[in-house]
Design a protein around this ligand. Sequence first.
Ligand SMILES: NC(=O)C1=CN([C@@H]2O[C@H](COP(=O)(O)OP(=O)(O)OC[C@H]3O[C@@H](n4cnc5c(N)ncnc54)[C@H](O)[C@@H]3O)[C@@H](O)[C@H]2O)C=CC1
Ligand SMILES: O=C([O-])CC(=O)C(=O)O
Length: 259
Amino acid sequence: MGDEQLAECVKNADLVLIPAGVPRKPGMTRDDLFNTNAGIVAHLVDACAKNCPKAMLGIITNPVNSTVPIASEVLKKNGVYDAKRVFGVTTLDVVRSNTFIAEAKGLDVSKVTCPVIGGHSGITIVPVISQCTPSVSFPQEERAKLSVRIQNAGTEVVEAKAGAGSATLSMAYAASEFANALLDAMNGTVGRVQCAFVRSDETEAKYFATPILLGRNGVEKNLGIGKLLDYERNLVNAAMDELKSNISKGEEFVAKNFK
Ligand SMILES: NC(=O)C1=CN([C@@H]2O[C@H](COP(=O)(O)OP(=O)(O)OC[C@H]3O[C@@H](n4cnc5c(N)ncnc54)[C@H](O)[C@@H]3O)[C@@H](O)[C@H]2O)C=CC1
Ligand SMILES: O=C([O-])CC(=O)C(=O)O
């Protein structure tokens, strides 16, 4: 797509979802996509900054832990950054958690909500099973197994598709859940909550996914991490180094490549 077409495509948009870029192949981490996808996201967000500066942005392209900081830095360079309007879409981690918990407990998946906090790759994905609604309990060994399966679920799909891509359709489902919740909130529905990877003061990482109360202007309130089990707190601690390094990598990319 040429720049003019792109400008036309996003002109005056209220919400832009960005899933453009390459998906993983077996043996790759999400971070391995950085070299290809960083520039794609920066280019598309730059077009948004110039043609729909007030739009909500939902960044789906991996590595989300880096592409969200990239989007934010590009918006800053354009003088139109509003942290309340930039989201990394991590809903698929919640969809997976809900599904696996419902399967394990014989529950109706549409009635299960399990927050997932942190980031969107491997050990940075932290399912908070202790905060699941309805309340569920697992022996520690089973909780740990389930948490690791949720962390590796994207890789499980990439391996199963054996080079034919990643979880495209479940990502589309998750993105529509996220987008519909945000659109409802933008139109005045009160009480819409989604976990998303946003600018955050919850931890020492500048961006961190937590449940977010959505409103007309995007992030209405960050609902925070809440109470964690020691096991979950250890998962958050274990995520920190990778998360911070993914975030810096995104910021440095924009600092180096965009004047
Ligand atoms: N956040 C999440 O939960 C998830 C994120 N993903 C990520 O989403 C991205 C897309 O994955 P899929 O849809 O499975 O891949 P896909 O290959 O099916 O689709 C990628 C799309 O990006 C477009 N594209 C490629 N280069 C572009 C460019 N320079 N400018 C504009 N568009 C471009 C392609 O034309 C294609 O339509 C990948 O980075 C993947 O890792 C995938 C699943 C879940
Ligand atoms: O794992 C991948 O490469 C795609 C993705 O983000 C997911 O399925 O959650």
